[in-house]
Structures are given as structure tokens and as C-alpha cells.
Design a protein around this ligand. Structure first.
Ligand code: FES
Length: 110
């Protein structure tokens, strides 16, 4: 089993267990994270966007051009942003930590 840590927009840590081969999006959804993943991994939306912990970011396979283009459209993108549907879990990623971006409407009430 691979463990993945999600940090919610409000700062809570949620640890999920996953089997190798699942995408980070699937695991996040199963753990109740608010990742819409509208296009189900077709790289046609950006609602599966997560912000990867910088230490882990360097260990992930690089994003392809299509993924980079989609990320340009995602809300709240950061340097270590990735599309979670494009991250396939392997044993190497055991302990991976990603943050769920704050949704834009959360900022309006501040
Ligand atoms: Fe649409 Fe990832 S689910 S780009």
C-alpha cells in the first residue's frame, strides 16, 4: 500500500492509502477531497489541480506540455502545481504530500 497525504485548504492533514497504479485524482476523490476531475483524466479541465510539496515535486516525472497548458488555466496555480489525474502512484511515491488549492470563492469572504 502507498500512503498519500493530502493537506486540505483549511490546513488539515488527511492520509489516504492507495494501491499502485491508481491516479492521485482517484485516491483524492476516494478520500473525500474536493477534486472535481470533470474530464476524468483527459487533460481537458483543470479541476484536479493540486499543489505538490516541493520536495516531492522534484521526484515526480515531469509534466508534459499538454499538462502545462492546462495548468496555466487553473485557479491559484503555483510553481509546484500538477494535475492530479496525471500522477500515477508507484511505490516510489509512498509518503507523497500534496495540498488542495483554496477555491477562489473561499477568498471572497475574507
Ligand atoms: Fe481534467 Fe485532470 S481531471 S485535467
Amino acid at each position: 500500500m502507498i500512503q498519500v497525504n493530502f493537506i486540505t485548504a483549511s490546513g488539515d492533514k488527511v492520509t489516504a492509502e492507495a494501491e499502485e497504479g491508481f491516479s492521485l485524482l482517484e485516491v483524492g476523490q476516494a478520500a473525500g477531497m474536493p477534486l472535481e476531475g470533470t474530464c476524468e483524466g483527459q487533460m481537458a479541465c483543470s479541476t484536479c489541480h493540486v499543489i505538490v510539496d516541493p520536495e516531492w515535486f522534484a521526484r515526480l516525472p515531469e509534466a508534459g506540455e499538454e499538462e502545462e497548458d492546462m495548468l496555466d488555466l487553473a485557479a491559484g496555480v503555483q510553481r509546484t502545481s500538477r494535475l492530479s489525474c496525471q500522477i500515477a502512484l508507484t511505490g516510489d511515491l509512498d509518503g507523497l504530500e500534496v495540498r488542495i488549492p483554496a477555491e477562489s470563492h473561499d477568498l471572497q469572504g475574507v
